[in-house]
Design a protein around this ligand. Structure first.
Ligand code: ATP
Length: 335
């Protein structure tokens, strides 16, 4: 059976890391048909829009996409393609597993947590306006529907992946109504999962507890903005952005992409670490039900890391993006 997948190369290092991921996925021997569409700054040049309608059409049709990072201008310019994609396709869950990798020197061993971030509302609703000159209002939207849905996703994920604890992260001591509603929904959902320990922690304390000892955390359940910040913080536990995979998941559609951005400082130089997107591809294989192939890809990445001979510059090595892709792909082929 062939899988038709929408491929969004994206901007900056995107085309390099997506090419690397495609190389590794091809090495699994599974049959992929790639439908390549442009989004981001590269699409503005060629198609006049950062998110052309055919990108959405393609993802809606194929249900699964593999995506490189897209550039988001700071302060001005086009809206974030990521935010737009997540909202338009209702990809309500952002999933970021954070697991200690072999051979990578970091402050902690044995980190194995998952960040589940709500993806569609909160301060990302883009509702901002100038009240009077010098005063701006930015509106935080929290709904019962979205909070219940993300809580259910986190608990279902915990149940199906044999995880023990879900921790809802909040600032309900200050945002009593919005974060209060989020917590009410989490508590109500938790009642349906008696085998999973449910706990709550204030976001600032969570950051401190995480940097003191991340190994005590299991599944973290967060609203959009806290989830964004905490997941980058967690990427630091496992060797940085070059190694942190992710997925955006809806009822029917899923887009797999690394946590990192377009990294313009190293784009086009064959310096980018493709492992984060390759590990995101392994998540895609799991999603497709190809768990054996997913395992082969992960084990190949772990083997290259453990050997430590071929590493990109962010991990202290001198190998290029394409070399890493080949090293991983050849191991996948042998397994
Ligand atoms: P965005 O706003 O698009 O998220 P950003 O500037 O916040 O972008 P990144 O583009 O992820 O963040 O880059 C942050 C730093 O991490 C940069 O110095 C970049 O070179 C580095 N970096 C990011 N991804 C990788 C990667 N895959 N391999 C090596 N270095 C990376």
């Amino acid at each position: 059976m062939a899988y038709t997948i929408t491929l969004i190369p994206g901007d900056g290092i995107g085309p390099e890391v997506t090419a690397a991921a495609v190389r590794v996925l091809t090495a699994t021997g599974l049959d992929f048909v790639w439908e390549t569409v442009l989004a981001g700054a590269s699409a503005i040049g060629e198609e006049g829009s950062a998110l052309p309608p055919r990108v959405l059409e393609s993802v809606r049709r194929n249900k699964v996409a593999l995506k490189g990072p897209t550039e988001t201008p700071v302060g001005t310019g086009h809206r974030s393609v990521n935010v737009d994609l997540r909202k338009q396709l209702d990809l309500y869950a952002n999933l970021r597993p954070v697991k200690t990798l072999p051979g990578i020197k970091s402050r902690f061993d044995g980190v194995d947590l998952v960040v589940v971030r709500e993806n569609t509302e909160d301060l990302y609703s883009g509702l901002e306006h100038v009240v009077v000159p010098g005063v701006v209002e930015s509106i935080k939207i929290i709904t019962e529907k979205a909070s219940t849905r993300i809580a259910r996703y986190a608990f279902d994920y915990a149940r199906t992946h044999g995880r023990q604890k879900v921790m809802a992260v909040h600032k309900a001591n200050i945002m009593k109504l919005s974060d209060g509603l989020f917590l009410d929904c989490c508590r109500a959902v938790a009642k349906g999962y008696p085998e999973i320990t449910y706990d709550e922690m204030i976001v600032d304390n969570t950051c401190m507890q995480l940097v003191l000892d991340p190994t005590r955390f299991d599944v973290l359940l967060l609203e959009n903005l806290y989830g964004d910040i905490v997941s980058d913080l967690c990427a630091g536990f496992i060797g940085g952005l070059g190694l942190a995979p992710g997925a955006n998941i809806g009822e029917e559609i899923a887009i797999f992409e690394a946590v990192h951005g377009s990294a313009p400082d190293i784009a086009g130089k064959n310096l980018a670490n493709p492992m984060a997107l390759i590990l995101s591809s392994a998540m895609m294989l799991d999603h497709l039900g190809e768990t054996a192939a997913a395992r082969r890809v992960r084990e190949a990445v772990y083997a290259v890391l453990a050997e430590g001979k071929k590493l990109t510059r962010d991990l202290g090595g001198t190998a290029g993006t394409t070399e890493i892709a080949e090293a991983i792909a050849s191991r996948v082929e042998k397994r």
